[in-house]
Design a protein around this ligand. Structure first.
Ligand code: AMP
Ligand code: ZN
Length: 119
């Protein structure tokens, strides 16, 4: 399904619950994680309700590529330091064994000077 009425991230996409948005276009939305694990921690989320990478195939390659490229652009905009001394972490949890809690595909971007709160 394109959108799940009970999914928390679909509700954020539909503006039914608030979020601190960093970016939005026709395919993707990015907003701050409500429980940050690092000084900078936001999520990049496709507007299409895809449960996890386990539900993706070649038809999603443009969307997934766009998420990866946006990660760097938004990380820098959010204050992650450039270059080898800076950088950021990208995490996608998939399924129960992968530690996924929200069942709508999302990419965590975490950065900022160490030490981090949890990582
Ligand atoms: P995961 O374990 O990869 O499914 O991570 C889900 C992430 O979503 C966690 O880091 C939560 O803190 C975050 N999260 C859950 N609800 C919200 C919300 N309403 N707004 C922003 N982030 C959220
Ligand atoms: Zn959803």
């Amino acid at each position: 399904m394109a959108s799940d009425p009970n999914c928390i991230f679909c509700k954020i996409i539909r503006n039914e619950i608030p979020s601190k948005k960093l970016f939005e276009d026709e395919d993707l939305i990015a907003f701050e994680d409500i429980r940050p694990a690092a000084p900078i921690h936001f999520l990049i989320v496709p507007k299409l309700h895809i449960v996890s990478l386990q539900q993706t195939d070649l038809s999603h390659q443009n969307l997934l590529g766009k998420m990866m490229v946006l990660a760097n652009t938004l990380a820098l905009k959010a204050g992650c330091r450039p270059g080898p001394q800076g950088g950021f972490r990208v995490v996608i949890n998939n399924g129960e064994d992968g530690g996924q809690e929200v069942n709508h595909l999302h990419m965590h971007i975490m950065g900022g000077p160490r030490p981090w709160l949890r990582a």
